[in-house]
Design a protein around this ligand. Structure first.
Ligand code: 4NP
Length: 153
């Protein structure tokens, strides 16, 4: 799960998908990162923590890290929260970029629409609730789609 700062959107996506996968008995490794390094080492934004907690999900132990090209070796699927994030992923990954592993996150909810999760960073609390709902619905779609898929190594 990749966004710009790894403090607002992708920590929610990591927390929600981990929670859903656990509920579904799936042994998935879910992680998140940001393409810019401005917030490395920081906990998620307080409003992301707040909306997660209101929905029964605790993300306070997460710490921001920067996306690295080696993430293409470590993970089967890489979701970009927005189109600008996708551009940055390509730029960081360079020769390791593998388009087969990457998609815009919201394409799992609205296939082929190439929509972006709005960035709540510049806004107020209602924006975080809106983003939570979008991410939550998309995580449900991901669980339904991949729960029975075996990935070949
Ligand atoms: P995020 O939001 O990508 O959802 O974590 C942002 C957080 C910080 C900044 C940009 C987006 N920033 O420029 O510091």
């Amino acid at each position: 799960m990749v966004c710009l700062g790894n403090i607002c959107r992708s920590p929610l996506a990591e927390g929600i998908l981990k929670h859903r996968a656990k509920e579904a008995g799936l042994d998935w490794v879910v992680d998140s990162a940001g393409t810019n390094g401005y917030h490395v080492g920081e906990a998620p934004h307080r409003l992301s923590q707040k909306v997660a907690k209101l929905n029964g999900i605790d993300i306070c132990d997460q710490r921001a890290r920067r996306f690295v090209k080696e993430d293409f070796d470590r993970y089967d699927k890489i979701y970009a929260m927005a189109d600008d994030v996708l551009d940055e992923i390509k730029w960081i990954a360079k020769e390791k970029y593998n388009p087969a592993k990457v998609d815009l996150f919201l394409n799992e909810l609205h296939p082929g629409k190439n929509k972006s999760v709005p960035d709540p960073w510049y806004g107020t609390e209602p924006g975080y609730h809106e983003v939570y709902k979008l991410i939550d619905e998309t995580c449900d779609a991901i669980i339904s789609k991949y729960a029975n898929v075996q990935i070949e190594k």
